[in-house]
Design a protein around this ligand. Structure first.
Ligand code: UD1
Ligand code: CA
Length: 478
């Protein structure tokens, strides 16, 4: 790589995000289940930079941990990718001050080529747009390029002020506008490419004589023009570079991202029955020919196999579901479900379950920290907690594993082909042997050997004619 074509990136993520009105750093707010900043990092990576410097401050430790986690997960090998560095900006004195905080991360090598500056609050930005921006910057042999867009409502964006010839003169921040500048619709997207050696020279000379008393990075544009440097603009669509400053903008951006995810799924062969009521997190995978029914949520690190029907009214969180399974009106959390399994309607698979192929988990069942073996059936109103269930087990309506003694949890084991009659209480720890039967209504307190029948209930007493006799007593006023 020639030194001229080097790219470094600075991402500004130190601000609090006052307008979010939150204790959480703005860049950690999620969009489709993923922190905003992660999208920005992805977009930046598309330029194959040598260095990505993230400026952190407000909740810096959390921001750093979150970025490092993504870095490790997305790119497990370190070969051929950017060096990732963090720069602390202890006090947030403005965007130029933030850029200066990153200077110590730049070696003399990094000072060759160009630096891309991004704000951490532009999650809809794509790598494609940045590639186009970089090409244009190089074609124009610009010293400084900035992205601009025509804002429907320029509101708090910095305005691009041009001279009579149409060339950029400077950026004026919303608070510092003079009346005649207020109508300018062309605004600053906050995305810049600057020759690296010029960047710190310019940013270091910015002052804070403005309405907010901050060191504005936007001032480097006017300074570059005054020095006779080549300054170019690159127009883009508002939707692509919208800055998220409050929760209204967050909701709008999330809606846009969600539509993008659902469109991609639909084009990959998934039926998305009602895009307005289906929510799929970034990174969730769904196999071909699966159907997502209305009011369905696929969250976290979920993977759905091909040919499944998920929903209506279903939440799948951090779970895997095999091929050809159906889950309706149910909640599945942090569990693994095999192929050709039916869950629901109205069941809750709580964390740490493994539900093997061909299992039926029927109406109103709750399962927690349990393994259910192949082809077993758990119909109707059951609670199975901390249990290990073999293959071909039949669990009758109302079966409850009594797993908690008030202090400790205990396991229930049901071996292959065991048959549990309705309304049985299995008081753990307890083992039901292979092929054993438990009579309906039993409260089982000790192990049942294989192929035996356990009955643990009062023998029925029938008092013939009891009602007639009682009636006579009542009639005689006794
Ligand atoms: C900024 C631009 C504005 C532009 C808009 C585009 C400036 C002065 N203004 O305004 O021209 O139209 O973005 O979205 O740059 N940050 C730090 N340290 C600081 C201050 C901010 O790291 O001391 C970070 C924030 O965390 C944020 C980013 O910089 O990610 C931008 O800051 P923000 O306050 O959102 O700037 P805007 O007012 O939106
Ligand atoms: Ca902003």
């Amino acid at each position: 790589m020639s030194s001229e074509s080097r790219v470094s990136v600075i991402i500004l993520a130190a601000g609090q995000g006052t307008r979010m009105k939150s204790g959480l750093s703005k860049v950690l707010f999620t969009i489709c289940g993923r922190p905003m900043l992660h999208y920005v990092l992805d977009a930046a990576s598309a330029l194959a930079p040598q260095l990505i410097a993230v400026v952190i401050g407000h909740q810096g430790r959390e921001v750093q941990a979150s970025v490092q986690e993504q870095w490790a997960a997305d790119c497990p090998s370190s070969a051929g990718r950017a060096e990732l560095g963090f720069a602390w900006q202890k006090q947030q004195k403005g965007t130029a001050h933030a850029v200066m905080s990153a200077k110590p991360l730049f070696t003399s090598e990094n000072l060759e080529g160009d630096t891309l500056i991004l704000y951490g609050d532009v999650p809809l930005l794509s790598g494609e747009i940045l590639k186009g921006f970089l090409e244009e910057h190089r074609r124009e042999r610009a010293d400084l390029s900035l992205m601009t867009f025509m804002a429907e409502d320029p509101a708090l964006y910095g305005r691009i002020i041009r001279d009579r010839s149409g060339a950029v003169a400077r950026i004026v921040e919303a608070r510092d506008l003079q009346d005649h500048e207020r109508n300018v619709k062309e605004v600053n997207a906050g995305i810049y490419l600057v020759r690296s050696h010029l960047l710190f020279d310019l940013a270091g000379q910015v002052d804070n004589n403005n309405a907010k008393g901050e060191y504005y990075l936007t001032d480097i544009v006017g300074m570059a023009v005054e020095r006779g440097l080549r300054v170019c603009t690159y127009g883009c669509r508002e939707e692509a570079v919208q800055g998220i400053n409050d929760r209204h903008a967050l909701a709008t951006a999330e809606g846009a991202k969600q539509r993008e995810i659902l469109t991609e799924l639909a084009l990959s062969g998934v039926t998305v029955r009602d895009p307005n009521s289906i929510y799929v997190d970034y990174g969730v995978r769904v196999g071909e020919d699966s159907v997502l029914e209305p009011s369905t949520y696929l969250r976290g690190k979920s993977v759905i196999g091909p040919g499944c029907i998920i929903g209506p009214g279903t939440l799948v969180q951090d779970s895997e579901i095999g091929q050809g399974s159906a889950v309706s009106f149910s909640v599945v959390e942090r569990s693994r479900i095999g192929s050709h399994v039916t869950v629901g309607p109205y069941s809750h698979i709580r964390p740490d379950c493994v539900i093997e192929d061909g299992v039926l988990v029927g109406n109103f069942a709750e399962v927690k920290n349990s393994v259910i073996g192949k082809d077993s059936k758990v119909h109707h109103h059951c609670y199975l907690g901390d249990s290990t269930i073999g293959e071909g087990v039949n669990i009758g309506a109302g079966t409850v594993t009594v797993n908690y003694d008030g202090r400790h949890k205990h396991r229930t084991i049901m071996e292959d082909r065991a048959f549990i009659g309705c309304n049985a209480n299995l008081i753990a720890p307890v083992r039901i042997g292979r092929g054993a039967y438990v009579a309906a209504g039993s409260t089982i307190t000790s192990d049942v050997p294989e192929e035996s029948l356990a009955i643990a209930r009062e023998r029925q007493v029938t008092k013939e004619g009891w009602v007639r006799k009682k009636q006579q007593e009542w009639d005689q006023g006794r």
